[in-house]
Design a protein. Sequence first.
Length: 256
Amino acid sequence: MIIWIAYLGLVITVAGNVSVVHAKRTILLLIGLSAGVAVLAVLQWLNVGVTTEAIASLYTNRLDTVAREPTATLQNPNSLAKILTIPLFFSLAQAYRMVAGGSPVNQLKSVTLWLTLSLVFATGIIVSGGRSVVIGIVFGFAIVCLLVLASRVGDKNIRYKIIAGASVSVLVGLFLVVFTFEVGRLANLQNPLQDGSLQERLSRWTTVWPLVLERPFLGYGPSSTVRVEAGVTHVDSGYLSWWYHYGVVGLIAYLL
């Protein structure tokens, strides 16, 4: 995560001063490191001793659950899922760019590589059990599909075929993960309203919601005193948290 943030900071501060060659090398380095993190998460999920004991102890205190909810090089499985989302969409974009360009045969090795990396990142996200991230990715994928359909990148027929194939793959994969193989916490999506974790979150949200309605436009600022006094130490929702702290303007900024 620190590596991605550092690179984004580099892009923001020096912008066009970075050569294309160095930018490509840096991105490939980030993708490689991210792939390593995803593989580590899968190995932890497979309960490989050195990854669940020696390596995990360096990053997290969840040693009793790391085999069920891998954290890789982070402290929280949800953070792992979030950070792998960036390279997942990047890898899919690279594969699409090559296929939509009309010469996939000439770049078969590259397309295969990017699709394989996408599968590695998706697997890392799935085994982490980050339900909110998986749901967010599905919605994000739908938005990307709409943008691709509206764009003029590549042949129109190829775009339609790619979107159709990718959509079917995502839906089938999600069904297999949730209903057939029942992977980790994602299996709880079968009956989300009966999930204890979701019920706890709903309890927090119903407590915070009246506070949000009291100051919907300006919010309460960075202080958490009001909601803590109401008995909520953690909102457990990025959207509601931003709305509570910074009002409607903050919520819009968060969504953008």
